[in-house]
Design a protein around this ligand. Structure first.
Ligand SMILES: [Zn+2]
Length: 151
């Protein structure tokens, strides 16, 4: 696996700024959060990873089935996994990825994603409580955090 993307975590964060639209089960339209450009990402039919039409993605070598670890491919994986209630983290080396003890997605370019079930949001937890319990919890947190600051 050629490691060509070095700033893995930054690229992963950039991926979160893109807008992703599902066109078909394997094709996604990605609008860049920074430039507004539209790119097309197609999931690999060989294994993990995806091909991207962006300036980086279109020059990925045949040796890695043209797959790209760019922020657009990452955005598509973030999108797909979010629909499954999962979050992603990106790693630039196998050791760090393995240490997570989570499923690993190899996007090529030296980018590995690990995924985990998203933690339930605090709002969601409070919604499921009885009004009395929710009130008690909110009171408790208010006194812990200082109610005057607002939560
Ligand atoms: Zn791309």
């Amino acid at each position: 696996m050629a490691k060509t993307i070095v700033n893995t975590k930054e690229i992963h964060l950039k991926g979160k700024t893109h807008k992703v639209e599902k066109i078909s089960p394997v094709v996604y339209k990605v609008i860049s959060g920074s430039s507004g450009s539209t790119y097309w990402v197609r999931l690999s039919d060989v294994d993990d990873g995806a091909i991207c039409s962006c300036p980086w993605g279109k020059y990925r070598p045949r040796a890695q089935q043209f797959k790209s670890g760019c922020s657009h491919s990452q955005a598509v994986y973030q999108f797909i996994l979010a629909e499954q209630g999962r979050t992603t983290s990106a790693w630039g080396d196998k050791e760090s990825a393995r240490r997570q003890h989570r499923p690993i997605v190899d996007l090529s370019d030296g980018v590995l994603l690990t995924t985990r079930k998203a933690r339930e949001s605090a709002e969601r937890v409070v919604e499921r409580m009885s009004p009395e319990t929710a009130e008690r919890v909110v009171e408790r947190y208010s006194s812990l955090l200082g109610a005057e600051e607002g939560i």
